[in-house]
Every structure is written in structure tokens, then in C-alpha cells.
Design a binder for this molecule. Structure first.
Ligand code: SF4
Length: 90
């Protein structure tokens, strides 16, 4: 799997291992200017974990992204149509 394309359309399987997710999340921490605070991250993850659109416990049905990766980035938002559950951070 490519570490740079962590979306269901870009990997062999929609099932992503915990090891791969941890590696992806760890990689985001090299870009401190781009990622949200731990508090914002945990709030985002909490919203995803209680969302009916979460698939396989890892992946957003709307974006196809692994939420623990996507939620790290300031410039990303929840793609839930009409009522996003978390927003970009300036
Ligand atoms: S990103 Fe939004 S729509 Fe997707 S699982 Fe998280 S809260 Fe749900």
C-alpha cells in the first residue's frame, strides 16, 4: 500500500491494519504546521467513532479516507453532506 494515498480506491483492500494506520498517523507528525492539536484531533475522532458513515471502524463512507489520518490535517473537514461533523482549522 502506498503511504501517500490512504484511501479505499488506492489500496488493495478496504480493510487496513492497525499497523498501517499507526504508520500513517505517525507520518503526519512530521508536518507539525499542517496538523491539528491533540484536543481537536480527539474531538474529530470521537465524532467519527459515533458516526453511521464510519465503515470497518476505519474509513469514512463519504470520502473513502481513513479517518484517523484525515482528521489530523487542519485543511480537511468532515465530508458529511449538508451537515459536516467537524470543520477545517485556520
Ligand atoms: S468524516 Fe464525517 S462523515 Fe466521515 S465518518 Fe467522520 S464524522 Fe462521519
Amino acid at each position: 500500500m502506498s503511504k501517500r494515498n490512504p484511501c479505499k480506491g488506492c489500496v488493495d483492500s478496504v480493510i487496513v491494519t492497525e499497523e498501517v494506520i499507526r504508520e500513517l498517523v505517525r507520518d503526519t507528525e512530521e508536518n507539525a504546521m499542517l496538523i491539528v492539536s491533540e484536543e481537536v484531533y480527539q474531538a474529530r475522532i470521537s465524532a467519527c467513532e459515533s458516526c453511521d458513515s464510519l465503515r470497518y471502524g476505519t474509513t469514512c463512507a463519504h470520502s473513502g479516507c481513513i479517518v484517523r489520518y484525515r482528521a489530523k490535517f487542519k485543511n480537511k473537514s468532515c465530508p458529511f453532506s449538508g451537515k459536516p461533523k467537524w470543520d477545517k482549522v485556520s
